[in-house]
Design a protein around this ligand. Structure first.
Ligand code: GLU
Length: 314
């Protein structure tokens, strides 16, 4: 029996799309947006938009507004206000404080180099605990994974089936606040998903390994965990994930109809060809009505359509 079975879900659906503004939206990120949107809308749920802007050195200052503009042009309209993680510092600090109070987080003085091949820092690398975890210091904060937690931690993914990792062997003590004071994705995503009442997460399978880290935080805080569905990722001819780092083509607002149609086909939804010219709203209405995520069961990667792969010469 997995620790987090997928069928224990009964509350009204609240889903989300949570891009990091490190570059413009590309075909790969559109797939996560579209799949999470269709899943939420088919179940008459809410679909929230959260910009995960917690890593300024990696961000493009124009990306967030361009992401919003593209989603809007595609007809992927979100509910409520957009949330920006850059405005949520105090909430992340409260989560960190709670973990520290409970003994689930510790200050770590070791550099990444010193930590090579070390999963558990029991006893060593403990920094003198800073009096105020919000003042710059030379330590990172890590979530404490008990070295006794050998048993696999499993959850039922709606598409990928049961997925297990051993916290002690596969994960180890992981960073929740970086030495440079930036918040880690793991701590921020759990804090916001919990705070926003997110109970269903549809995202790319490239994040599936992060899920157990997130579940460990949920468990430590006694918060109910969401249900997950990890969709396959779009890959280049060379097998690399389509990503901003790999210079995947940016989507443009003007050819949204045919791109949406292609994205639906990629998600194995078989949209009728005549809907290609019918405007985004009709296409999305069709897609909500016919959304069947089960056809993606067990799929981990699929080739990206040629026109959305990286720019020639890159
Ligand atoms: N911000 C993350 C990304 O763009 C996704 C977060 C999530 O869906 O959990 O890769």
């Amino acid at each position: 029996m997995p620790d987090f079975p997928a069928d224990s879900f009964a509350a009204p659906y609240i889903g989300r799309f949570a891009p990091s503004p490190t570059g413009p939206l590309h075909f790969g990120s559109l797939l996560a947006a579209l799949a999470s949107y269709l899943d939420a809308r088919q179940q008459h749920g809410l679909w929230l938009l959260r910009i995960e802007d917690i890593d300024p050195p990696r961000e493009d200052p124009t990306a967030a507004s361009r992401i919003l503009q593209i989603l809007d042009a595609y007809g992927l309209h979100w509910d409520g206000e957009v949330r920006y993680q850059s405005q949520r510092h105090d909430n992340y600090l409260a989560t960190l404080d709670q973990l520290i109070q409970q003994g689930d987080a510790f200050a770590c003085a070791c550099s990444r180099k010193q930590l090579q091949n070390t999963l558990h820092l029991d006893g060593h690398c403990l920094a003198p605990v800073p009096e105020n975890p919000d003042l710059p210091d030379s330590c990172a904060w890590r979530f404490k994974v008990r070295s006794t937690q050998q048993e696999p931690l499993c959850f039922d993914d709606r598409l990928q089936g049961q997925f297990c990792l051993s916290p002690a062997q596969d994960i180890g003590d992981f960073v929740i606040r970086r030495r440079d004071m930036l918040w880690s994705y793991q701590l921020a995503v759990v804090t916001d998903d919990h705070d926003q009442g997110i109970n269903q997460i549809v995202r790319g399978i490239d994040l599936i390994d992060s899920t157990q880290r997130q579940l460990l935080i949920y468990q430590a805080l006694g918060w109910p965990a969401p249900i997950y569905a990890h969709i396959p990722v779009a890959v280049e001819q060379n097998g690399q994930k389509l990503s901003k780092q790999n210079l995947a083509r940016a989507l443009e607002p003007d050819d949204s109809g045919s791109t949406l149609w292609t994205a639906l086909q990629w998600l194995k939804q078989s949209p009728p060809i005549e809907l290609q010219q019918d405007g985004n709203q009709r296409l999305l209405d069709w897609a909500i009505q016919h959304w069947n995520p089960n056809v993606l069961t067990g799929q981990q990667q699929l080739a990206a359509p040629a026109q959305f792969q990286r720019l020639p010469g890159n």
